[in-house]
Design a protein around this ligand. Sequence first.
Ligand code: ZN
Length: 281
Amino acid sequence: MSSQFPLTDAHGHLQADRFDADRVEVIARLRSAGMTRLLVPSWDVASSHGAVEIAREHVWMDAAIGIHPHHASAAASHRAALLARATEPEIVAIGETGIDTKRNYAPLADQIANLEAHIDVAVQLGKPLILHCRSAGEGDDAQRQLMKTLRESPIGAPGGAAAFEGRAPFILHSASGSQGYIEEGLALGGMISVSGLAFRPEERATAEWIRIVPAHRLLTETDAPWLSMPGAPDPSRNEPANVALTLAWIAARRGEGVGELAAAISATYDRAFPRHRPRSV
Ligand SMILES: [Zn+2]
């Protein structure tokens, strides 16, 4: 699956133990597929350390640290110490964090407190949030709660996004929901990142709203090792190189050339995540 286009994976968990046995090969494959932008986000304390280690070793990659809503209760006592690391140069974003009422592994109040703590750090440092949001079935309670918390935070206040200097204060990662939700996220200044979730029948709204997201607010991602999509070489484990499949799906629905879209998404990534290290070794 080699591509002459610059591929962007704005959300690939390369630190996951599913890659421990063959991480070198996975990285070789994503490089030969043409990947030039990769953000490694985290879900808890250990994965945050892992993300930073990988971004240190591969200086063209970036890291995000944070606590996923699933771990909002269990990791709460370690949160402040973890987020104090967010000033480190490998860390270009805060997350993933957010709201998940699909699995409800943590009480909603803990998820909201966790999200608010991440928002505070993001606003202080001007580093964007990576936001996870899923509701059960066709529901949208998680999406409504996420937007409410954002609106009531400094990000929703007049001039409150000033810390981000005109950049997006957040990325709706693996965006899932109605067109109204996507429009609300865009209105709050956010970016929309599309994963292999788009291929699922229950996510059919994506095929509609994918056309209204401006290219300068649109990102591609895998959420590897999860969310494998049809056509992936190994259906049981997603990997960053597979983002080419999602890119092609988006280009077809938007009636755009794949190469042109790939270049636009790469430029969007650079605007979303300003970095302070040289990209090449
Ligand atoms: Zn993720």
